[in-house]
Write a protein that binds this ligand. Sequence first.
Ligand SMILES: Nc1ncnc2c1ncn2[C@@H]1O[C@H](COP(=O)(O)OP(=O)(O)OP(=O)(O)O)[C@@H](O)[C@H]1O
Ligand SMILES: [Mg+2]
Length: 514
Amino acid sequence: MTNNVVLSVTGIGKTYAQPVLWDVDLQLHRGEVLALTGENGAGKSTLSKIIGGLEAATTGHMHYEGQAWSPSSRTAAEQRGVRMVMQELNLLPTLTVAENLFLDNLPSHGGWISRKRLREAAIQAMAQVGLDAIDPDTLVGELGIGHQQMVEIARNLIGECQVLILDEPTAMLTAREVDMLFEQITRLRARGVAIIYISHRLEELAQVAQRIAVLRDGRLVCVEPMARYSSEQLVNLMVGRELGERIDLGERRIGPPLFRVNGMSRGDKVRNVSFEVRQGEIFGISGLIGAGRTELLRLIFGADNRDAGTVAIGLPPQPVSIGSPADAVRHGIALITEDRKGEGLLLSQSISANIALGNMPAIATGGVVRGAAELALAQRQIDAMRIRSSSAAQSVGELSGGNQQKVVIGRWLERDCQVLLFDEPTRGIDVGAKFDIYALLGELTRQGKALVVVSSDLRELMLICDRIAVLSAGRLIDTFDREHWSQDQLLAAAFAGYQKRDALVAETAPRISA
Ligand SMILES: Nc1ncnc2c1ncn2[C@@H]1O[C@H](COP(=O)(O)OP(=O)(O)OP(=O)(O)O)[C@@H](O)[C@H]1O
Ligand SMILES: [Mg+2]
């Protein structure tokens, strides 16, 4: 069995200001997928970064292909075939897709980069992950975040690889892309590649992994064959406490309409979308990647320019003019974005500064921030959402991915707004903490706010929403009530727009020419 071990980790520990990993022993076998799980802040990314050359261990040692392993950098690790898809995207937005894919390895001819070969190689690499529809000359910054994640994955599938670490690879993907990724994983396994797969999505782990390793508070608490556990047992293992089967958002009353969107349109991304959300209601928006969900929220919020469309808010809803995010905020609309690195957070600043941002009126007198008020505000959110941190003064860049997401949400919870637009609110958040966030959403509805929630996780929407609208190819196809939905119907609607669009083109073409 020993010659089947490609990588072994012995007694690995890591200490920043405080220890975050203790004495981790782990062996990785050729051709296996090892699921690595645990709560937010348990140390999964840290362990991965040590293996992948991004961080140095404080204690312990590693072996890779029979030799001592202590890569000095990510590039050094990649050259030897140890690669990592990071939780936080790492692409250069001002370069094209093709350039990002081959950054370390641009095809050249006598010192000149061969554009043609670059293009061809990129098309091939992207077809592997189902991105054939994207022109490799597109700037990465122009892609949606889900597609960016696919580019990051494609980048790591290129070139030699013996060990591949996927840190939350599917957090921003929907079912179709996940299937595509799993096909690639099967292909890599057959080639003998060992894969460490980090995810909070239990059903994915059960589907893809042969063994599971659980980290709790920086210690490895078990490494076992996956088949040994039911999903409830897995949750217990990960969280170390019992979670309820169902969720109870508490007593709440759904009132009259509070928020209305009418005819929202932008090019072919968002086409004539209208809906209404009632006071105390959670309104879900489902759809495939690229269906226009994020774009719709951004248009409502004034973050992008719309071609047409109006927004009304109040009891009863009165039209408001929104030309910028500042207008939206002034009218009591908040957008909690999915891209915490790009739009959400100042990574070098403290938790309290980040939460204070956007809550200035509550903690400032005459334009001067009251330090004590800022701290109290931050501490309230740290407690409410169980943000794992050393103190409110810790910089956000030092938090684990899931805890950064909690800070993004915490910032908006303190604000006085009537309508909250959530884009993937539980992305990268562990199973236990998800329930904390659902409880917070329930609390917001009890305050009479109207919530709009975009999520790629259909089960999550079915768990928390009163109604779910399905977007497909930019159109709102249908809206379903809690009493009248099924997973099959919701999925069928998600695909409907694409068929309809082809049919429409065929249908309208002769009429246009006539
Ligand atoms: N640069 C750093 N400085 C100080 N502390 C850090 C640093 N990086 C990570 N930590 C701490 O190490 C702990 C483990 O973080 P890590 O990112 O490994 O967690 P994780 O298991 O990947 O969590 P998540 O599920 O949220 O991604 C956290 O408490 C985090 O705050
Ligand atoms: Mg992590």
